[in-house]
Design a protein around this ligand. Structure first.
Ligand code: FES
Length: 163
């Protein structure tokens, strides 16, 4: 076991990891940040998406060791400082962008990375960016609406066509 220290959601946090420990397991088991979900553990579903040094990554595809000293943001770090929902989180709630909620942390982390790079993405760009995040409830339309709303753009009324 090796002691790892990283800045998680703005706080220095430490925990023990083996060489093979995945970042997703380190966050959930060692740091008890269980908002990061693990759906597939094979880098396909996107439920485990977090930010490492500002980039969205699937934390089941990253070794915890690789994140020694890194800045990590998880879904627990997405709310405003006063604990209220961020604009993006509120948009997911307002536009029913979650059903069972399992994919939601990964969707929010991926969408927030998109909005950081592209503050007014088109519907096609949102769909393309979220391709790596799977929603088993198939609630994609409302997720796209939530991201459009969070970026201050008009939200289509009905269900829109995919690309
Ligand atoms: Fe990491 Fe599915 S749990 S992509």
């Amino acid at each position: 076991m090796t002691k790892l220290t990283m800045t998680v959601n703005g706080r220095k946090m430490s925990g023990d990891a083996e060489g093979r420990t995945l970042l997703s397991d380190f966050l959930r088991q060692e740091l008890e940040l269980t908002g990061t979900h693990v759906g597939c553990d094979t880098s396909q579903c996107g439920a485990c998406t977090v930010h490492v040094d500002g980039l969205a990554v699937k934390s089941c595809a990253v070794l915890a060791m690789e994140c020694e000293g890194a800045e990590v943001t998880t879904i627990e770090g997405m709310a405003n400082k006063d604990g209220s929902l961020s604009v993006l989180q509120q948009a997911f709630q307002d536009h029913h962008g979650l059903q069972c909620g399992f994919c939601t942390p990964g969707m929010v982390m991926s969408a927030s990375a998109l909005l950081k790079d592209n503050p007014r993405p088109s519907e096609a760009e949102i769909r393309h960016h979220l391709e790596g995040n799977i929603c088993r409830c198939t609630g994609y339309h409302n997720i796209v609406k939530a991201v459009l709303a969070a970026s201050g753009q008009p939200v289509p009324e009905g269900v829109t066509a995919t690309e």
